[in-house]
Structures are given as C-alpha cells and as structure tokens.
Design a protein around this ligand. Structure first.
Ligand SMILES: Cc1ncc(COP(=O)(O)O)c(C=O)c1O
Length: 454
C-alpha cells in the first residue's frame, strides 16, 4: 500500500485551525515551509493532525538521518528517563557525556589526540568553535564564505552570508568577520571553469591575506564542506586540500562546520572524509542528536584546551537525554551501514534528476554527494537566472500531494534532499514520483498555487 494517504485537501481543517491560533500567539518572524501541523512520525513518514500521511524528504532539516523516532534511539531515551534528566554537567557530571566525547574523538577525521565539548544547537557549537579558535591563536579574525549558513545567534549570524531574511535589520553584527567566495562552480564568482581555473577561489585566500586582512590577525577559516542552506554546493575534490594548506602555512585554523553535512548525509560519516582533510576543529549538531537538540565541537587537544576552566559551558549543554540519543545514533552508524544507504539514495536521486534535467530547462543543475542531493531551478539554462518563485511552487505542490520537501540557496531556488536514510525503496520512489509530478506541473503548466502560511 502506498505510504502517502491524503484524507483532506492540504492544509486540512485541524492544521488550518492551528494556523489561526499560531497567528495570534507566535511572531511572524518564525515562518513555516508548509502549513502542515504534525501529529506523529515514524522512519521517513509524517502524519498530520488531520490524519494525512506524507513522505518526509526533509528529516526535520537534516536532524534525523537515522529516521524519525528510531527504535534504537527511543530505547536509550526510555532507559535514561528512568535514571535522571537534567542535573547540569557543570555541577555533577555523568558518564554518558564522557563516552560521547570519547566516541566523537575517535570517529572524527584525524588520528591526533582530540577532545570534544557538547552544546545544545549548531549555532551554539559554531559560537564556541570561534571562542576556542580565538583563545588558542590569540587572534580575532574569522574568514567565512559567501553562501555560508552557520546559524542565527549573533556570531553565527555574522558568519552567515544570506542577508534576507537572516541578517537584515539585526545589526550591528560582531566584527572581524571577512568573507570570500565559495567554490560554487555553477555560479563561479570569478566566471572561471573547473579544472582550468586551477582552484583560483581557494588560492585567492593568499591574496585575501595581502589585500583584506593580515593572516597574523586571523584565527580561523570556517567552511561547510558541502554547503547546506546555501544550496548543497559540492566543491571540487582538491579545493579543501589547497585551502587548508594555505591556512596552516599561516598558522590559521581550519574549522569544518558539519552541522548539516555530518552523520552519513554525504555517504561518509563526515563530508571532510571525501576531501581527505583533517580539520583543526569540527562542529556538529542536527543528526548527532537523532531528533534531540545537541551540538558538539571536536578538535585537536591543544586547541580545545586553550580556554581556561569555566570558559566553556552552558546550563543544558550536553543534556543526558541528548547524550543517550547520540550514543544510540553512533551505534546505528556502526551496525547499520547507513553511509552506504546514503550513497544508494543519492544515486537513485541523481538518476531521476538527470532525466528531469533533460526534459525541463527549469532544472539548471543537479548536484550532490551521497544523499545530500539537490536540483537548482533557473528561468533559463543560458542565463541561469534563479527561479525562486517556481521553486516555491514546486515545494507547495509537493506538500499538497503528500511529500514534504524543502528549498535552499542564496537565491531560494534549490530543492534539496534531506531524506532520513532509513527510508525504504518504495517510499523513496513514491516521494520522487511526487517531486517529478511537481516539476512537470511547474515546468510545463506553470500552474497557480496557494501560498503556504507564513
Ligand atoms: C551548516 C550549519 N551550521 C549551523 C547551523 C545552525 O544550527 P542550529 O539551527 O541548530 O543552530 C545550521 C542550521 O541549519 C547549518 O546548516
């Protein structure tokens, strides 16, 4: 039996009623990609308050690579519920925190001695990576990339690139943040082509140290190994090797933000592994917690130990429930070969998406690594003018037909795949069928659709 079961037009009456309550209770600054109010989840399936079932290609924005309510996670959570909830690791520490740190130290790229420190969110982990990098180097500058997304708190917002809606009106932002172009080959900032460009964008960092900020004043370069919110952009194979070599030549740390690309999403536990690089600091969150809020900074021991006692912390950071969930997540990666599954899902997506690209000029680019896949929609393949409105129409069509999908990109013209890696082949095909129908509808009929509640 197909998984998708729509009992009402979407949104259903109960979702609509909740949207009306939300209107007066919650600020408009919090927007929703869909008007669907959720009631239950399992694996790669969501059920809404009206009893409609959807395939989920978004996984809570990449937080449930192991699936919604993974039985292994639930089991460990239930055991932890019987032991203790919050005590604060800063007062009376507990073994699961230490065990999780040990496992992150062992699993992250690099054989050198490491330490890990836990937080609640990705943004908080990014903030702390910056604190640690500054404390270690005694330098202040941080270089981030165009199209980067690192969070919504002040420092992580300053590191984030996209202006609307993330930064507009919220300044003054923290200083000493510098920005350089990413290896976004489809929209190369230098209008060059790989490989004849000889990785001009990576090599340009040397020039930045001459013309923009002295390397002696730069603590770190921070990068998402594969861009997340910026549109699932996959840099060329040798990009990071060149970039990291330049950083290290100048005593600048390299921070990898694997908040979205981590935990099997790209077909390896960490995307850095594809590039053969060992970041000085690695930031994780999202799927680490298997559905619970958890972030981490993992890095070289001598760097992690730079801040003095009491310099790092947070009342809830490394909450015992989140630690229990994360340990179950790591067990699942050890026993279930979810990274292999990510590659299968990615190949399936690519095969279908390449066919769509031949059919419809709307699809300018198909790209991805493992199950971190996306299509970029354009008004014309020649001009590559972003098709943001049509992207919104595709996403709307999807939820109206039983698929929860999400856009991305600095120009809001990318449809991305963040499907739970436990999805079955049948469910994946059902979801891809809906996406195909959405693209067909938007590309050929340019239908009019209702706007989601925001
Ligand atoms: C790469 C990256 N870094 C940081 C963040 C911020 O994480 P959080 O929303 O948990 O603060 C995100 C969130 O999407 C992200 O994708």
């Amino acid at each position: 039996m197909p998984t998708i079961q729509l009992k009402t037009p979407i949104p259903g009456p109960k979702s609509k009623a909740l949207a009306a309550r939300r209107e007066s209770a919650v600020p408009r600054g919090l927007s929703h990609a869909t008007p669907v109010y959720v009631a239950k989840t399992e694996g790669a399936v969501l059920e809404d308050v009206d009893g409609n079932r959807y395939i989920d290609f978004t996984g809570g924005i990449g937080c449930v690579n192991v699936g919604h309510r993974a039985p292994e996670v639930i089991e460990e959570l239930q055991k932890q519920l019987d032991r203790f909830l919050h005590v604060s690791v800063q007062v009376t520490p507990y073994e699961s925190y230490i065990r999780l740190a040990e496992r992150l130290n062992a699993l992250t790229p690099g054989k050198f001695p490491k330490k890990s420190f836990l937080l609640n969110t990705g943004a908080e982990a990014v903030e702390n990576a910056v604190k640690i990098a500054r404390a270690h180097t005694g330098r202040q500058g941080i270089i981030a990339f165009e199209d980067a997304f690192h969070g919504r708190t002040f420092m992580s917002m300053a590191l984030t690139s996209k202006t609307h809606p993330y930064k507009v009106g919220f300044g003054a932002l923290p200083g000493d943040v510098y920005r350089i172009p990413y290896a976004y080959c489809y929209r190369c900032s230098y209008s060059l082509k790989y490989p004849s460009c000889d990785l001009y964008c990576a090599r340009h960092l040397e020039d930045t140290f001459n013309r923009v900020v002295a390397s002696e004043d730069v603590a770190a370069v921070i990068a998402e190994p594969v861009l997340g919110e910026g549109g699932f952009v996959v840099p060329p194979q040798d990009f990071y090797r060149v970039l990291v070599d330049i950083c290290h030549k100048h005593g600048v740390l390299f921070i990898a933000d694997e908040v979205q690309s981590g935990f099997g999403r790209t077909g390896a536990l960490f995307a850095c592994e594809h590039y053969g690089i060992e970041p000085d600091l690695l930031v994780t969150a999202k799927s680490l917690g298997g559905g619970l809020p958890l972030g981490a900074v993992t890095g070289r021991t001598e760097i992690m130990d730079a801040p003095g006692p009491g310099g790092l912390g947070g009342t809830f950071a490394g909450n015992p429930l989140a630690c229990a969930a994360a340990l179950a997540v790591l067990d699942m990666f050890e026993h279930k070969d979810l990274s292999r599954r990510a590659n299968e899902l990615g190949a399936k997506f690519q095969e279908r998406a390449k066919k769509w690209q031949k059919l419809w000029p709307l699809i300018g680019d198909v790209r991805g690594l493992g199950a971190m896949q996306a299509i970029e929609l354009v008004r014309s393949p020649e001009t590559r003018e972003p098709a943001a409105e049509k992207t919104k129409q595709v996403v709307n069509y999807c939820y109206q037909h039983g698929l929860i999908a999400l856009s991305a990109g600095s120009y809001s013209n990318v449809v991305r795949l963040l499907v739970p890696l436990v999805i079955s082949d049948e469910q994946m095909n059902e979801g891809l069928d809906v996406l195909e129908a959405a693209l067909h509808s938007v590309a050929e009929k340019n239908m009019a659709v209702s706007q989601p509640v925001s």
